[in-house]
Design a protein around this ligand. Structure first.
Ligand code: 3HC
Length: 284
């Protein structure tokens, strides 16, 4: 495929993005700060693929070929060879800036530096580098190997060349890119996350049970998952963070985080990843 890809962060989005590129034939390096995090990322990749083998949709040889295209790394210096670097670390501006300033020091000239942030400012992340023209948002959706969309987001100084390179790579992945100019929450999360937030308000007011709110949205609008199933799947902390960004960036009360969402996050009810969110997954 030519381009070499370096993914920073082996969490659910980082590992899903690495898998997506490897499936499309790219050579990928998947980086995290500790070997155990990288190993966990490989587990998140092979698990769903082996389920596809069980269903007769893939062969073990195909799974092995995908996994073998992904090189583990705990060394930032490995980013040096990459043509495209995608950051998918914790959703905190200070952490992202630190990553981009370190990438700036090692990445080769002309490499595209992309962030998978779900709502933070591309321009502010880019300002942590000496090459803001090469910095762009490439926002994948969970599960990245399945979801067709990538929001390609221009920051204030992103060059047209960088935008076209990022959009062309989405096509090579078999994804559809939409062009977005930076704004809090971009396009999808600006609508989707307030809808999930409103579900928490509806539950808090006792209008309907969680099960019935999910059922209503699935059967009434053909959503594949109800808002609470989706919140548990993507992480309540991620949803709350997006609401806080929308609220603080716009000052608009329509984006006020639901007190019930806050309460669940404070209680550690973060969703499937910890075994409990709106629903309890610990017994089954
Ligand atoms: N890797 C490869 N294939 C995978 C996979 C993975 N990680 N996960 C699922 N698949 C495949 C399955 O093998 C299956 O393939 P098949 O149709 O060929 O058999 C197919 O995807 C569907 O999976 P399942 O049969 O296991 O389950 P479902 O049919 O219930 O679909 C779902 C699961 C695709 C997650 C579906 O429920 C769905 O689309 N949910 C909504 C997801 C969504 O809205 N995501 C966006 C969240 S917002 C976001 O990400 C923004 C961020 O900023 C927070």
């Amino acid at each position: 495929m030519g381009e070499r890809i370096f993914v920073v962060g082996a969490g659910s989005m980082g590992s899903g993005i690495a898998q997506t590129f490897a499936t499309a034939g790219f050579d990928v390096t998947m980086h995290d700060v500790k070997k155990e995090y990288v190993d966990a990322g490989f587990g998140r990749i092979s698990g769903p693929l082996l389920k596809r083998v069980e269903k007769g949709k893939m062969t073990t040889a195909e799974v092995d070929a995908i996994v073998s295209r992904i090189t583990p790394s705990t060394d930032f210096g490995d980013a040096q060879q990459a043509d495209l670097i995608i950051e998918a670390v914790f959703e905190k501006m200070e952490v992202k800036k630190e990553v981009f300033s370190r990438l700036d020091a090692v990445a080769k000239p002309g490499a595209v530096l992309a962030t998978n942030t779900s709502s933070l400012s591309i321009s502010e992340i880019a300002a942590a580098t000496t090459r803001p023209q090469d910095v762009i948002g490439m926002h994948f959706f969970n599960p990245a190997p399945v979801m067709k969309l990538v929001e390609v987001i221009r920051g204030s100084l992103t060059s047209d060349a960088t935008f076209h390179k990022a959009a062309a790579i989405c096509t090579k992945l078999g994804k559809e890119a939409v062009a977005v100019n930076e704004a809090p929450g971009f396009v999808v999360n600006r609508m989707l996350v307030p809808m999930m937030n409103e579900a928490f308000n509806i539950l808090m007011e006792g209008v309907a049970s969680a099960e019935d709110i999910d059922k209503a949205m699935k059967l009434g609008t053909n959503m594949p998952m109800g808002p609470f199933e989706l919140a548990d799947y993507t992480g309540l902390d991620i949803g709350l963070h997006t609401m806080e960004t929308l609220f603080s960036e716009t000052g608009d009360p329509k984006f006020r985080p639901s007190p019930l969402l806050r309460k669940y996050v404070r209680a550690g009810r973060l969703g499937r990843k910890v075994g409990i969110g709106v629903y309890d997954y610990r017994s089954g």
